[in-house]
Ligand binder design. Structure first.
Ligand SMILES: C[S@@+](CC[C@H](N)C(=O)[O-])C[C@H]1O[C@@H](n2cnc3c(N)ncnc32)[C@H](O)[C@@H]1O
Length: 257
């Protein structure tokens, strides 16, 4: 049977989550990413890898800002959308399909920075597989290169955990059922909705959610030293310091020289 992360990222994901990261939100994230890249010393025309780039949401505005972008993702549907968007914008982005646990061998030491945003980490059931992603991140960065990761923050998630919830997207009412396993640290969500033709639809995902303590240790183990923490990837970065109540955990780490 396919893993959930091999199945979710097609038109179902776009229906449920593309709206949540609409143009305004994306512009703010791109502004925050540019600010972090320049604040922490990435060259203005540096080579950036958007790891699990989805439909090119953050890769395209960063390329427009002058960085040389490569997008990497597993989903053919996401990559097709990203390629179309890059073509329409007239931007020379490179896209590659693959599994984030194994990046191309020839990429060792290639990138000035690598970004991984909107909870595109923690997908594998085995902790060693998630650690392997960070090992690959470190391998493809230049010494001193930057890694920016943006995930849900476990301490905050647990402090107001809701086992049932709902949200609206366009005209759809989406009901969510959640379960958190405090031993494995995995959060499971099932979302149910009725589509325009009256058919019942559902998606399921199961993601490791980390405390800042855990993710810091994992980064260090991979040879990536955290240099900054933020509570949101928002335009006014310094207005969102990372603390116990931050919904997001954004870490900037540097590859050890
Ligand atoms: C939540 S989306 C985030 C996409 C993008 N970073 C953004 O901010 O819009 C997660 C992405 O991870 C990709 N993905 C899932 N499993 C993957 C894997 N094993 N290797 C590479 N990419 C994967 C999905 O196809 C999807 O595009």
């Amino acid at each position: 049977m396919a893993e959930w992360w091999q199945d979710l990222f097609d038109e179902k994901y776009l229906t449920l989550f593309a709206e949540a990261r609409g143009p305004l939100h994306t512009a703010q994230e791109a502004e925050a990413l540019s600010a972090l890249l320049s604040r922490h010393g990435a060259p203005d025309d540096g080579e950036i890898l958007d790891l699990a780039c989805g439909f090119g949401r953050t890769a395209i505005p960063l390329a427009q800002a002058g960085y040389r972008l490569t997008g990497f993702d597993l989903s053919p549907q996401m990559l097709e959308r990203a390629q179309e968007a890059a073509f329409e914008a007239g931007l020379p982005l490179e896209f590659h399909r693959g599994d984030m646990r194994q990046l191309p061998a020839e990429w060792s030491g290639r990138f000035d920075a690598l970004i991984n945003v909107f909870t595109a980490f923690g997908y594998f059931e085995a902790p060693a597989d998630n650690q392997q992603v960070l090992t690959e991140v470190a391998r493809v960065l230049k010494p001193g290169g930057l890694f920016i990761i943006d995930v849900s923050h476990r301490d905050r998630m647990i402090s107001d955990y809701r086992e049932t919830d709902w949200f609206e997207v366009d005209d759809l009412l989406v009901c969510t059922s959640r379960q958190f396993d405090p031993i494995s640290g995995m959060n499971t969500e099932m979302m149910l909705w009725t589509d325009d033709s009256g058919e019942r639809r559902s998606v399921f995902f199961k993601v490791h959610v980390y405390t800042a303590t855990e993710l810091t240790q994992m980064l260090q183990q991979a040879g990536l030293t955290p240099v900054a923490y933020h509570g949101a990837l928002a335009a006014a970065l310094d207005a969102h310091p990372f603390d116990l109540f931050s919904r997001r955990l954004v870490i900037v780490a540097k590859k050890d020289v």
